[in-house]
Design a protein around this ligand. Structure first.
Ligand SMILES: NC(=O)c1ccc[n+]([C@@H]2O[C@H](COP(=O)([O-])OP(=O)(O)OC[C@H]3O[C@@H](n4cnc5c(N)ncnc54)[C@H](O)[C@@H]3O)[C@@H](O)[C@H]2O)c1
Length: 306
């Protein structure tokens, strides 16, 4: 199959590219940045997705049957500081890309949304796919809007659109230097023996889902008969303080956490009930938090080793 993956130099898409190349697919990746780790056997194209003409050219050349769209401005904090960047990257570029993909004959467009950010502060936790969409950050709003726009592209073109709505994704090769990705940030700092800051009370909860499980959901979203929109999470709430403790154990870290102020746009509680993903994709998470954190720390340990 000819496949286009955007955001291919990033954390989740990097894992997806490996999986698709190993399965023998013809993969083109689009990303404005260079990959953080090398994978052979695919076409790696440097492009800013906000360049409409460049996108039209790249998609026409790749002629993908399936597009996995993961490139994004992926930080809640950045979205609150730079809404224009967030909207241009997550909404406008997604619509232009999807139309170009349909034009080039793609049959399925798999969008990566955000189950963690699109429901804001839901009345019931875990939230599921019937929970009202009421984001509390520009990032959550951009992902929810893009889903709406992509529904129009589906209706307009006949290319089916699926949406994978992950909770908090973690695993090896996540960028530890960004503002999102608490597991990567904590693990890297702990392994170096640096101070680790928890923003807010530490009692905020998130649903942590391992990257391989999210990649599996992406593949199933591409293969399913219809374009479905499903949250992808474990249903389990874990506090930031608990993540700190579990990682400290794995890393042998003995310092106390430094407490920092809460950050704009951050929500208090979220977990996702993936009942719909189970029903339509046959998807359930396979990796427990303890196992996933151990695998993640192991890979960071190798990266940090002198
Ligand atoms: N990591 C999570 O916890 C999580 C949770 C829910 C949803 N998501 C979504 O999953 C996707 C992948 O996230 P990730 O964690 O791998 O993030 P990431 O930041 O590692 O990867 C995003 C990639 O997109 C690229 N990109 C950004 N703007 C671009 C542009 N204008 N043109 C071309 N490339 C551009 C970046 O260079 C980067 O390589 C994103 O859509 C994100 O919103 C992530």
């Amino acid at each position: 199959m000819r496949v286009l993956v955007t955001g291919s130099s990033g954390f989740i898409a990097g894992h997806l590219v490996r999986r698709l190349v190993a399965a023998g697919h013809e993969v083109t990746g689009l990303d404005v940045a260079a990959p953080r780790r090398a994978v052979d056997g695919w076409r790696d194209v440097r492009l800013d997705l906000r360049d409409d003409a460049g996108v039209a050219r790249a998609v026409a050349e790749a002629k993908p049957e399936v597009v996995f769209h993961l490139a994004a401005q992926a930080s809640v904090s950045v979205s609150m500081r730079e809404p224009r960047l967030d909207i241009e990257t997550n909404v406008i570029a997604s619509v232009i890309l999807a139309r170009a993909a349909a034009e080039a004959g793609a049959r399925r467009f798999v969008f990566t949304s955000s189950g963690g950010a699109m429901f804001g502060a839901p009345a019931v936790v875990p939230a599921d796919d019937d929970t009202p969409v009421e984001p509390r950050s520009f990032y959550g709003a951009s992902k929810a809007s893009a889903e709406q726009y992509l529904r129009i592209v589906e209706w307009e073109t006949g290319m089916t659109v699926a949406s994978v709505r992950p909770a908090n994704v973690y695993g090896p090769y996540q960028d530890p230097h960004g503002e999102a990705g608490v597991v990567a940030i904590f693990a890297e700092r702990m392994l170096r023996g640096d101070a680790v800051t928890i923003f807010g009370t530490g009692e905020d909860t998130r649903d942590y889902v391992y990257v391989d499980d999210v990649v599996e959901a992406q593949v199933r979203a591409a293969e399913a008969p219809a374009g479905e929109m499903c949250v992808v999470g474990t249903g389990i709430e874990t506090s930031t303080r608990r993540i700190f403790e579990l990682l400290a154990q794995c890393c042998g870290y003995e310092r106390a956490a430094v407490m920092g102020p809460p950050r704009a746009g951050d929500i208090r509680r979220i977990a996702l009930d993936a009942a719909r993903a189970r029903a339509v994709w046959g998807w359930t998470p396979q990796v427990t938090l303890e196992d996933g954190l151990a695998r993640t720390v192991e890979s960071f340990r190798q990266a940090v080793a002198p």
